[in-house]
Design a binder for this molecule. Structure first.
Ligand code: UDP
Ligand code: MG
Length: 138
């Protein structure tokens, strides 16, 4: 699939990194298909990350993700999911490769600046979580 979902997380919207992150994504070859800004409710964040509900970091992650505004972005490129995962880097910025978004802008394993879908199926689900068909139409 040529679409994936990124989310600029509350640490990065709060630190003034939004423009640089979007510029980085565009410079990497992505086209922005749609974007919006919202502060997620606890219910939205719990649902978005439901796959992690048994993990020890779940409650803290939900608290972080609802602590300020997020910017979900639908990105278009060939092999979008794989390309975005390479562009954002490893979950922990200390382990993320040089030049990746997380290496450049993330604070910690939790406050790691950006989300990227990890499969085409999850990209479809996650895009549908934030955007209507009409918002993706051109
Ligand atoms: N996370 C965390 N502690 C961990 C692992 C993950 O706080 O030990 C947070 C982090 O914000 C991460 C999100 O939970 O981005 C989802 O975790 P996942 O394993 O899916 O990492 P990702 O796919 O975002 O790299
Ligand atoms: Mg993940």
């Amino acid at each position: 699939m040529n679409l994936t979902l990124a989310i600029i997380k509350p640490d990065a919207t709060g630190s003034g990194a939004v423009g640089r992150i979007v510029a980085h994504l565009e410079a990497t070859g992505f086209t922005v298909r749609s974007l919006r800004m919202l502060t997620m409710t606890t219910q939205q964040a719990r649902s978005f990350y439901a796959v992690h509900r048994e993990r020890p970091f779940y409650d803290s992650l939900v608290s972080f993700m609802t602590s300020g505004p997020c910017i979900p972005i639908v990105l278009e490129a060939p092999d979008a999911v794989m390309r975005l995962r390479q562009t954002i880097g490893a979950t922990d910025p200390a382990e993320a490769a040089e030049g990746t978004v997380r290496r450049l802008y993330a604070e910690s394993r939790e406050r790691n600046a950006i989300h990227g879908s990890d499969s085409d199926d999850n990209a479809r689900r996650e895009i549908g979580f934030f955007f209507t068909e009409a918002e993706l139409a051109r």
